[in-house]
Write a protein that binds this ligand. Structure first.
Ligand code: SAH
Length: 372
């Protein structure tokens, strides 16, 4: 497709749809974000910007407080220890953003778990500008390699695998289906009066996801095949090599329905208003990830609500310790951050934590009685 360099993503999408017809909702999301395999990779949302924090579009847990990364680092230290402290192992992070989470986890490992601090660090990141930010945050010598996808990160690493993905899966393209006239159809993005909008595509009889039973007319279901694929790759690797991988994201245990949301400057915006200039995400279906793990010979423990998980693994005690040495203003900031991460009204309930493990029995810390 030959278009002037200056054409906006909205123009490119309109032109593409006029020439080739409507595109899947997953393709729309992929093109807007510019993830791997997207035709418009260099114009997508993540490619050109730092989306995080007060001056960006949204704030993630590691950007709220360093205690989030510390707790995750401590957690993986525990998993590393019970895995019998292997001499060689690899650390992997999917979608590391600014690199803040890995910096904070490594801070813990440098003090307490030198084996993890010394393990080869592999980062899966498609955005050139965020790769630069991660490089600056972590130091190039710390990172063994950046990878476009999980396949290459797994191929480049060896030994037991310890890792984390925070708000990564929600950014993967999700497809939608809509139930009309007694059948599931693909939901597409097309043109209506020249404007981008949803249109109904062909009957979707070639996919067999775990769809809601007895759907009402107009019901929407979502599936993220890339998320399941990535969990099966990681699950197979963990079953063979050992290790543990934390998955943190907002979502639910089951099909989320129509969960796509676009956000700019910390406010929801119309999904079609600013393609490429707003973040688009979807709710992660942890039940689908659990099935993918099981089919791969691994197991997904949880999900547990983030607030409960963090409290169970000792966040309150750690915060108290930190607050003891803090000035009053710092103390207030710290307590507000803890509340934001854990209270059900904020991130504590909607965000979930799951742990991908080799097959086995018993519940690791933080997941007691949350087993699905
Ligand atoms: N984990 C970070 C950032 C979350 S935002 C934090 O908690 O702050 C999502 C991250 O995933 C970004 O780094 C983004 O560039 C990356 N990303 C999005 N889609 C991706 C894809 N398909 N492949 C690899 N990385 C991707």
């Amino acid at each position: 497709m030959a278009l002037p360099e200056s054409a906006s993503l909205a123009d490119m999408l309109r032109r593409h749809i006029t020439e080739h017809g409507p595109i899947g909702v997953d393709d729309y999301m992929g093109m807007c974000l510019g993830g791997a395999g997207s035709n418009f990779g260099t114009t997508g949302y993540y490619h050109s910007r730092d989306p995080f924090g007060a001056t960006g579009d949204f704030t993630t847990a590691p950007e709220i407080s360093g205690l989030f990364g510390e707790m995750c680092g401590l957690y993986l230290s525990h998993m590393y220890e019970v895995a019998n402290a292997p001499d060689t192992g690899s650390v992997i992070e999917l979608g590391p953003g600014r690199g803040t989470l890995m910096r904070d986890m490594r801070g813990v490992w440098e003090r307490l778990m030198p084996g993890l601090a010394a393990a080869a660090l592999h980062l899966v990141e498609t955005s050139p500008s965020l790769r630069r930010a991660q490089d600056a945050m972590l130091g190039a010598k710390t990172v063994a390699g950046w990878h476009d996808d999980v396949e290459s990160a797994l191929a480049a690493s060896d030994g037991p695998l310890f890792g984390i993905a925070n708000e990564f899966f929600d950014a993967l393209p999700a497809a939608q289906l809509v139930f009309v006239d007694g059948a599931w159809h693909r939901r597409m993005v097309g043109l209506r009066d020249g404007h981008l909008g949803f249109v109904t595509g062909a009957v979707a009889d070639d996919i067999d996801p775990d769809l809601p039973e007895a759907p009402a007319d107009g019901m929407v279901a979502e599936l993220c095949l890339q998320a399941s694929h990535i969990v099966s790759l990681l699950g197979r690797a963990l079953a063979r090599r050992g290790g543990a991988m934390l998955i943190v994201d907002y979502g639910r245990q089951g099909n989320p329905g129509d969960s796509l949301q676009a956000v700019a400057n910390h406010h929801p915006v119309d999904l079609f208003a600013a393609p490429g200039d707003s973040d688009i995400s979807h709710w992660v279906d942890f039940a689908a990830l659990g099935r993918a793990a099981q089919n791969a010979g691994a197991r997904l423990v949880g999900p547990a609500p983030q607030g409960r998980f963090l409290m169970r693994i000792g966040l309150a005690a750690r915060a108290e310790q930190a607050a003891r040495h803090a000035a009053p203003e710092e103390r207030r900031t710290l307590l507000a951050a803890i509340d934001r991460l854990t209270s059900p009204a904020q991130m504590g309930e909607v965000f979930k934590v799951a742990l991908l493990l080799p097959p086995g029995a018993g519940l690791p810390p933080g997941f007691e009685s949350d087993e699905a």
